[in-house]
Design a protein around this ligand. Structure first.
Ligand code: MN
Ligand code: MN
Length: 324
């Protein structure tokens, strides 16, 4: 695949994403450990992308597997030590994972629930994301897409356990443009009405993702961060790094480049104690942390996400296989 075009790589990664999705679904059941779901999913992705530890950036996992539960909207994956957290029958679980080929990233998510009392919440996410996609295309004004998404989500009034909720669209979480090895490449697709007159261009790749919530629609950062990524937006100088900070930085560069990673994976590399050095890199703005984002306690958030390619005449929904 070394010389394949961008679109071929994206289609290949999307096909693998679909296969991993099909593979993992039967394992996602009440009482299963979240740790086990992640390991199965990530190992399958490594297998299908022919991940090569000696050349780790030519294909593989694009970012840590998100398994954000209930009021947690995004950026949760098990940390080392979270081995015994299981999925519950009444949980709403967002499964958000990524595949890349030559750095061309596919980012797609769906929501799983076992109790059908959440069906309308999940439906709202799906409808909102497809509404966003319907309004995408060459020259689409990105800010207007957010207005359409919000309108769909906030038209829902749903009942869960005899309580009525007017769904809110989480405004702090956005869709985003994607570049090679860069999951967030500069443009965002807001999920609320927003004055943002930037247009989509031919050849761009976007993740369209929406988050209806029974809570406030506002998220805050939770503790116990698991997700990290080299700060490629600011290009903070690294020449002055020394000792174990430098060692860890080089490990991150080699294994993940500008792709996101998590503590669980650093543990798998059998590094000597790295926590302090990771904090040092974060303090120096060389590595960014992405803590879990949560809405109010007791609320439920759903997510649905596809990666799309803005073609000259039509938008290709790369991750759509019709099954979800
Ligand atoms: Mn995602
Ligand atoms: Mn995304």
């Amino acid at each position: 695949m070394q010389n394949s075009s961008k679109l071929e790589c994206l289609r290949h990664a999307a096909e693998i994403h679909k296969q991993v999705r099909e593979y993992i679904r039967p394992y996602i059941k009440p009482n299963v450990k979240l740790f086990d779901i992640c390991n199965l999913l990530e190992n399958k992705t490594r297998e299908l992308t022919r991940f090569n530890r000696n050349n780790p950036l030519i294909g593989g996992i694009a970012f840590p597997t998100g398994l954000s539960i209930n009021n947690c909207a995004a950026h949760w994956t098990p940390n080392p030590g979270d081995n015994n957290i299981t999925l519950k029958y009444d949980d709403v679980c967002k499964v958000d994972f990524g595949v890349h080929i030559n750095g061309y990233i596919i980012d797609s998510a769906f929501t799983i629930s076992f109790n059908d009392k959440y069906d309308k919440l999940l439906e709202a996410a799906k409808e909102a994301t497809f509404t966003g996609i319907k309004h995408a295309g060459v020259d689409s004004i990105i800010g207007e897409i957010g207005e359409h998404i919000q309108e769909v989500i906030e038209s829902y009034e749903i009942e869960i356990d005899q309580k009525i909720y007017s769904l809110k669209s989480i405004g702090a979480l956005c869709g985003h443009s994607i570049d090679q090895y860069k999951i967030h490449s500069g443009k965002v697709i807001p999920n609320i009405k927003f004055n943002y007159p930037v247009r989509m261009k031919e050849g761009e790749v976007y993740a369209v993702e929406t988050f209806p919530s029974t809570g406030s629609g506002h998220v805050i950062e939770d503790s116990d961060c698991s997700h990290y990524m080299i700060n490629y937006l600011e290009n903070t100088p690294t020449e002055s790094l020394k000792g174990k900070d430098k060692y860890l930085y080089n490990i991150i560069q080699k294994n993940y480049g500008t792709l996101a990673f998590c503590k669980r994976w650093l543990n798998d590399l059998n590094l000597p104690k790295y926590q302090i050095n990771l904090s040092n890199l974060v303090k120096q703005n060389i590595v960014m942390k992405y803590p879990p984002l949560i809405d109010v306690k007791g609320s439920y958030v759903a997510q649905f996400e596809h990666t799309i390619y803005i073609g000259e005449k039509k938008v290709e929904v790369l991750t759509d296989s019709g099954e979800t």
